[in-house]
Design a protein around this ligand. Structure first.
Ligand SMILES: [Zn+2]
Length: 208
């Protein structure tokens, strides 16, 4: 019953917004929320309504957090992960295995793999096969004496080509290449894979 009521409520509010020119600032906020991934019109209205009327403190905190995060977060110069400093905490962590490198295609995949607690090496983010990134990878492999590379990428033909290309660039360096496999469906991004499946995928690596 509550769901029906709230659905109707937000629909009415949406119509009011469209009709009332005096709510342009509110409507701009709704539009901004709607631009975010996974947020639809109804959720955008709900969020905007919540922070401007029900909890302005959260609204201000959100605005401040967004501003400082965008200003202060950059790429780690060693692995291209997100970092507040020149070198990220994982790269600086002496407890982690320097000789095992996990290659991911998005910095956000690192959070998901860390959540699984199945990997204790270091990371390297390759969003695209740009030459300067590959050269940084080669330097990293040589400097840290990397002997094992795990590809944490979802299975697809494009990703097989991605793996082959990197393997080829690192040939003759005595590296064992593995990739995650079990439980990770074809063509699905890592953020949509549940932690248990991902944990199994990491522990059950396949040798390439
Ligand atoms: Zn790093």
């Amino acid at each position: 019953m509550y769901i029906i009521f709230s659905g109707a409520f937000y629909l009415i509010l949406a119509i009011m917004i469209l009709m009332n020119k005096g709510l342009e600032k509110f409507y701009n906020l709704v539009e901004a929320f709607e631009m975010l991934p996974t947020i639809g019109k109804k959720s955008a209205i709900r969020l905007a309504y919540y922070i401007v009327t029900e909890n302005t403190f959260i609204g201000m905190k959100l605005a401040h957090s967004i501003e400082t995060a965008i200003r202060d977060i950059r790429q780690c110069t060693q692995c291209y992960a997100m970092s507040e400093n020149e070198i990220c905490e994982i790269c600086l962590d002496d407890e982690r295995d320097d000789e095992t490198l996990c290659i991911v295609q998005s910095a956000k995949d690192i959070f998901i793999i860390e959540e699984s607690k199945q990997f204790s090496g270091k990371y390297f983010v390759i969003e695209s096969l740009e030459e300067h990134i590959i050269q940084d990878l080669v330097k990293r492999v040589e400097k840290s004496k990397v002997d094992h590379i795990l590809f944490a990428v979802t299975p697809s033909i494009a990703n097989d080509a991605f793996i082959l290309y990197i393997e080829d660039r690192l040939k003759n360096k005595n590296i064992t290449f593995t990739k995650i496999a079990q439980g990770v469906p074809t063509g699905v991004s890592l953020e949509n894979v549940d932690i248990l499946s991902l944990s199994k995928a990491i522990t059950g690596q396949i040798k390439i």
